[in-house]
Design a protein around this ligand. Structure first.
Ligand code: OGA
Ligand code: ZN
Length: 374
């Protein structure tokens, strides 16, 4: 770890020159707000209230004390703060902002099918070891897809392995939801029809981040699965068909749910591709089945429909999608706001097919991974 070589007081920030030549600027309000005594030790919430300080707060005195800490006596509030140089270095926003952003996502296309074992993870390995759990979480976070193998095939038996991560996300479809061919279905998944590649529940403000389809029985003719990495398709468009990409990022589409069992009509506007603060992919919204009658400006409707059409066709392109068949004891796990998933039609009279589905928020996956990697 680098040590502090020199301090320099400026009008609104303290400059630190480090022993390895790096320089940091620490704004005074930022420093006062992040005094190590600011937080309650149990709740870990900030008890100190920066809103009560004046905007001109600054160091009356400052030095590196005999413990090697940065000591600041503040111009107001009769308070002295002591900062660990390692903490300052780790939280230095000057250095952080100079670094080039590196995406955690490993984009994939149909060539993943040749290497499908790379996304498999044994059920018992997850249940019995931290390494197994981390491997599953890393697949989910980096690739957006994993297939848990050799899970039990009793109803609801995915709970123990899912709870290794966290709690599930409840919806009106219930947990688990039953993916089975039923009369008078309230969702096209509950039929024997083909499901084009889609995400689930795009008409929510915050659609479930992850989905887990636990295969209990799959002995019918048909009912084969497909999946596509929506981030990879978005990236292809970004690099090759810029105008279409821009339209998909900038124009809000409209999604709606008109479930006959519900006494509400849920509806939400969102772009097909959304980006993070770093310009990385945040999420994909795509579902032919539940896109509402669009009502964007007539001047752009042609452009929007063509972009949607192009995107949708690439999302079904055999260069991008993988095809596979779920076996009893598989839990097909994926990022529902990155991947699209589908299945071929099946003949309900040729055997039985039953999947149980579960959702989980993205925070649970990423938060758990962050915790375990600490
Ligand atoms: C679903 C779904 C796929 C399948 O239930 O959301 O897409 O293979 N099911 O039945
Ligand atoms: Zn689905």
């Amino acid at each position: 770890m680098a040590s502090i070589l020199k301090l320099e007081k400026n009008s609104s920030y303290l400059k630190i020159i480090w022993s390895d030549g790096e320089e940091s600027k620490f704004n005074y309000l930022w420093l006062r707000d992040n005094c190590p005594t600011a937080h309650d030790k149990d709740s870990r919430h900030r008890m100190y209230n920066i809103l009560k300080a004046s905007q001109n707060i600054n160091p009356k005195k400052y030095n590196i004390n005999s413990d090697g800490k940065l000591e600041i006596e503040w111009s107001e509030g009769k308070h002295t703060s002591y900062y660990d140089p390692n903490w300052l270095r780790e939280n230095c926003y000057t250095i952080k902002n100079k670094k080039k952003y590196v995406s955690p996502y490993q984009l994939w296309d149909s060539s993943l099918a040749k290497n499908i074992n790379s996304i498999n993870i044994e059920h018992d390995e997850i249940l019995n070891s931290k390494e197994g759990l981390i491997k599953w979480l890393e697949l989910l976070h980096y690739k957006g897809i994993a297939i848990v193998k050799n899970a039990p095939i009793q109803k609801q038996s995915a709970f123990p392995v899912l709870n290794r991560i966290s709690h599930t996300r409840e919806t009106f479809f219930k947990t688990p939801f039953e993916v089975i061919n039923v009369p008078k279905p309230n969702n096209s998944a509950y039929t024997a029809h083909e499901l084009r590649n889609h995400m689930d529940l795009p008409w929510f403000e915050n659609p479930p981040g992850y989905q887990f389809l636990h295969c209990l029985i799959n002995s019918t003719e048909g009912g084969d699965s497909s999946a596509v990495d929506g981030f990879a398709v978005a990236d292809y468009l970004k690099n090759n068909e810029k105008e279409i990409f821009e339209t998909l990022v900038n124009v809000h589409l409209k999604f709606r749910d008109k479930d006959y069992t519900q006494e509400l009509h849920r509806s939400f506007y969102a772009p097909a591709i959304s980006l993070t603060k770093d310009g990385d992919y945040n999420d994909i919204r795509f579902s032919v089945a539940t896109m509402d009658a669009l009502d964007c400006n007539p001047d752009i409707m042609e452009k929007v429909y063509k972009a949607h059409h192009r995107f949708g066709n690439l999302l079904h392109d055999d260069n991008f999608q993988i095809k596979f068949r779920l076996e009893p004891g598989d839990i097909f796990s994926f990022n529902n706001r990155r991947l699209l998933h589908g299945r071929t039609a099946y003949n309900p009279n040729s055997g039985n097919r039953h999947l149980q589905g579960y959702y989980m928020d993205r925070d649970e996956i990423i938060g758990r991974l962050n915790f375990l990697k600490k």
